[in-house]
Design a protein around this ligand. Sequence first.
Ligand code: TYD
Length: 212
Amino acid sequence: MTKENINRGRFIVFEGLDGSGKSTQIDLLCERLKKDGRNVVKTAEPTMLTTGGLIRDALAGNYPRSSEELSALFLADRIAHNVNPKNGIIKLLAEGADVVCDRYYYSSFAYQGMDCDLDWVIKMNIGCASVTKPDVCFFIDVPTEVCKERVDKRGGFREIFEREQNTLERVRAKYSEVFKKLEDENIVIIRSEGAPEEIAKVIYSSLPHFSD
Ligand code: TYD
């Protein structure tokens, strides 16, 4: 353990398709970390900041945006998420909190990377000094039929990427392609079979420790 790391929190990201059950796993992990006495902050992208609002308008289909525009908006939102002086990721990690984030740049690679130059999207995110690299990314891997069923059951309004099973298949294939490219990232693929509590144990036991 290096001296600078002694008090730094861990940056833990969850990724998966819409309806993959990542929210359940995020809640279970946050509870477990709190029981361990950790200061835990749960967060998500798109954020609730101004940039996140612009993105939600586009995802709802109210204001159509090209993939390039969306990539840039997600990056702007991610930078604000990192650097905002009130509760930004950089500040929270430095204060020792574990930050658990629902979606991060891997979503930009998988979703925006479907319709624009993937290498450009990767480069602008990973090359940005204000975008913290996660300590670990858990990808909750669930068959697309199961995701579709859950999204259908939830009912209500569907965002643009939640409408077709075909889109889910394309996103899943893109995540696989992306993970093969990202050799420097700590990505743990969680095959989501069995009870949520069992999956939660696998996730907990795969967490990085700074003393490793
Ligand atoms: P939302 O309903 O907020 O969350 P979730 O489906 O994860 O419960 O949807 C977020 C949507 O935004 C989702 O369809 C994926 C998409 N997205 C991108 O396209 N690029 C990104 O960089 C991020 C963070 C999300």
